[in-house]
Structure formats: structure tokens, C-alpha cells
Design a protein around this ligand. Structure first.
Ligand code: ZN
Length: 163
């Protein structure tokens, strides 16, 4: 078991786009990312948050409610975005203590590969859809603070500085 250090915003790497995973075997990294996710009491963790600049994230939206659902997403692509949007407060392991209201589509269709290289495509809604969009933002060098207007961002930055 290896718990990796999680980068904190505004680390430059959190503002950097990641490279495709391709055919690389990242199973060791995936194990460490789950160890890190659970140790940090989170539900989603993207590779750039542990300094690995690849298009990969892990998610488990059920473990806190007693039903673990660990899933690995390599080279994920959102193929359909629901037109209906909603706003929800989002936390981020790289921006500890800050809750940011972000507007996103309520459902998405996602294509991805797992850690064995098998292709998947599935519809997600609710908390999972939100988590997936949050983690894919990380792969594109985007954090929650980039998704709010200037006034809200200034308010949140002041709150983050105080924390
Ligand atoms: Zn995050």
C-alpha cells in the first residue's frame, strides 16, 4: 500500500493538460491511487493530482455508504452531454476546505478503457456524472475555481487564503 502525496492548488501541474495513457500498464499506479483516494476520504482522484500527467482517474462513489464501487477510467471521453444543467457544491482533494458551486450537465455518456485495456461505454447521472466531469476537468488542467465567474472566484480565493 502506498499513499501518494496529493498536489494542492495552485500547483502548476493542476493547470496542465495530460497525455493519453495509451497502451501503458498503469496497474501499480491505479492501486496507489485507490490507496490515496481512501486515505484522503475522497470519491474521485485524477492522476495529475498525484503528479502523474496522464489521462487517468479512479472513482468510488459508494464506499462511504458501505458499498465499494471502485472503477478505473483511462483515456475517458464524454460522447454525449445532457442539455439539462444543475448547480452543485463540489469539494476537491487538491483544494481542501473549499466548496465551489459548479454548473454542469446532469448526465453524460462516457467511453473509456479500464486498467486491463478493455473498452467500456455507459450512461451516468447523479453524483457519478458530476464526479466524472470534475475528474475529466483535472485531465484538461481545469479546477472548480476555473468554472465560476470572476466575482465568485475572488470571494472563494479569499476564503481559501483564510483557511
Ligand atoms: Zn478535484
Amino acid at each position: 500500500m502506498s499513499v501518494l502525496p496529493i498536489l494542492r492548488w495552485p500547483d502548476e501541474r493542476l493547470a496542465t493538460s495530460c497525455d493519453p495513457v495509451g497502451e501503458d500498464d498503469l496497474r501499480g499506479l491505479v492501486r496507489d491511487m485507490f490507496d490515496t483516494l481512501y486515505a484522503a476520504n475522497g470519491r474521485g482522484l485524477a492522476a495529475p493530482q498525484v503528479g502523474v500527467m496522464r489521462r487517468l482517474f479512479v472513482m468510488d462513489c459508494g464506499w462511504k455508504d458501505g458499498e465499494a464501487t471502485p472503477e478505473v477510467f483511462a483515456d475517458p471521453v464524454i460522447t454525449v452531454r445532457e442539455k439539462k444543467l444543475s448547480v452543485m457544491d463540489e469539494g476537491c482533494l487538491s483544494i481542501p476546505g473549499l466548496s465551489v458551486p459548479v454548473e454542469r450537465p446532469v448526465a453524460v455518456t462516457l467511453a473509456w478503457r479500464d486498467e486491463m485495456g478493455d473498452m467500456h461505454m455507459r450512461d451516468f447521472d447523479g453524483f457519478e456524472a458530476r464526479c466524472i466531469q470534475h475528474e475529466i476537468d483535472h485531465l484538461d488542467g481545469i479546477v472548480t475555481l476555473d468554472r465560476v465567474d470572476a466575482e465568485m472566484r475572488a470571494e472563494l480565493l479569499a476564503e481559501y487564503a483564510r483557511a
